[in-house]
Structures are given as C-alpha cells and as structure tokens.
Design a binder for this molecule. Structure first.
Ligand code: CA
Length: 229
C-alpha cells in the first residue's frame, strides 16, 4: 500500500484528504505546518507528498525547494490559484504535478496513482538510445545532447523530449503527451504541456515562431523532426 504524506494547515481539509486517501487504499499521514511536514518527510520517507501551498510558517514553494534539495519523493502541489505564473513556479521548483482547489477526491486519487505509476516506470525497462539530427538521447543515463552539447533538462522535460524523439516524424497531440508522459487523461491540463514545451524549446535554442526540431501542427499537436538545413 503506498504511503502519502499530506501537508495542510486547515484541519477540515486535512481530515477530508486523509479520509479520501484511506478510502482508496492509500496509507496517509499528515502534518499541519511546513516544518512538521519537512520533518515527517525525512522521518517517514513517504511514497508521495500532497503539499498545500498556503502554509502558516513557510510558503509551499519554499518547502518544495527544501524537500527537493534532499529528496526525489514525488510531490503534488495543491493550490487555490490557477494562475499560470504560480503553476510554472511550482513546477520549476520541482513539483511533479499540481491540483487546483477545490478538487474532487477522484481527481486527486487519479493524479496520485498516475504520479506513482510514472515513478515505477522510470525504474523499469531498458529503452534504446535515440538520435534525430544533432539530438542524441540516452534513456538509460537520462541524458540528452544537442550538437555535442549536453542539455540541462528537468526529469519531466527529459520525458517529453524522449517521447517526442521516439515518435520523430509523427504528429503527437498534447492529449497523447498527457496520457503517455504525464499519465493523465485530463484534457484541461493542456497548459502544463504548453509550459513544458516552451521550456524545451528554450533549451533547444529555438522558439515556436522559429522552430528547428519542435514543430507545431496547428489544431493537432506537434512533431519533432530533424531540421532540414
Ligand atoms: Ca492552507
């Protein structure tokens, strides 16, 4: 049974979350402050953390950075705000996913299961090296280089790039990316895909307006292919 740590200061919300998790065969523990959450994360080594961004002692984003400095435990951020800027900030600080309050218990459980499944997949089977033009991706080492220069990618950026490169020449929809990379069936999360694609483009030294590898196929999705130069 997976163990999820809930860090949430509102006692009513906290109790509701714990009930939802235990009803779904997920062991749950909780902490009401950021510092208690950090201590619990270190001492109980949970399989995943659900982290409220509005905590009384430290901001959730600060706590996220502190936890990330010591642990790769998957983290889902719960936020009352669906502003793109804040979502980008928490994803950049190392969150694996986010969920906007108020959310349904089914959605939360689905996201938890998806994040846990993805974690297991990463430890799984051996995948082949992929070369597309000057892009070389080594899934075993989880490294990528472009024209001989190593790319500094976050784990999720790497997954997106690897998936697109493994389908090089094909048009891939954002929905497919959500299902295959994020393992999420939720189409309303298109924004997440867009955010990661813009980061990837920046790291590949290109833009949506002047693409080399990542081409937008309007209304359908996108395609990674060798630049024709
Ligand atoms: Ca709160």
């Amino acid at each position: 049974m997976p163990h999820v740590l809930v860090v949430e200061d509102d006692p009513q919300v906290r109790r509701g979350l714990i009930r939802t998790l235990t009803d779904n065969d997920i062991a749950a523990s909780s902490a009401a402050t950021g510092l208690a959450g950090l201590q619990a994360a270190v001492e109980t080594d949970p399989d995943l953390i659900v982290l409220d961004l509005g905590l009384p002692d430290v901001t959730g984003t600060e706590l996220l950075r502190i936890v990330r400095a010591v642990s790769q435990v998957p983290i889902i951020v719960a936020t009352a705000c669906d502003e793109e800027r804040q979502i980008v900030a928490v994803l950049e600080a190392g969150a694996d996913d986010y969920i906007v309050k108020p959310f349904g218990s089914e959605e939360l459980v689905a996201r938890i299961r998806a994040v846990l499944r993805r974690g297991r997949l990463h430890g799984g089977q051996r995948k082949p090296r992929i070369t597309v033009g000057g892009l070389v991706i080594e899934p075993a080492a989880r490294t990528a280089e472009l024209d001989g220069v190593s790319l500094q990618l976050s784990p999720r950026e790497f997954d997106v790039l690897y998936y697109l490169a493994s389908r090089a020449g094909d048009v891939v929809s954002k929905r497919e990316l959500l299902v295959e990379v994020w393992r999420l069936p939720y189409s309303q999360n298109d924004k997440t895909v867009d955010v990661y694609l813009s980061w990837l483009r920046r790291k590949l030294g290109e833009s949506a307006a002047a693409p080399r590898y990542l081409h937008t196929v309007r209304g359908v999705g996108l395609r990674l292919n060798e630049p024709d130069e």
